[in-house]
Design a protein around this ligand. Sequence first.
Ligand SMILES: [Zn+2]
Length: 108
Amino acid sequence: MVQQNEDLEEKKLLGSGGYVLAKLTEQEELRASLGIPQIFLANVDRLNEDRFLRYFCKKCGKEYLGSPLIRFENPNEKLGEGVILIEKGEYKCRICDNIIALYRKFNR
Ligand SMILES: [Zn+2]
């Protein structure tokens, strides 16, 4: 969880169906960027809606204020060799249902 005194920075996170502008901690940014300048939404654990400022939907060709729709489930699916799929989710456009990005969270 984010500590209250931690600095949040506004960042652009890319997805296959658009991008979002969201506030990230430095830790989250490091984890998501994998050492390259672009940050991918799929590499960040689920962000709370209040972290999003705007998002852009490629299908609509428009930018919207606020967060995309966030849908997720917790299948706790065993994938073998001790790897468990803890959570899978998607960020979707509120207007047209286009998927902005998908993410998967594993136990390691
Ligand atoms: Zn859309």
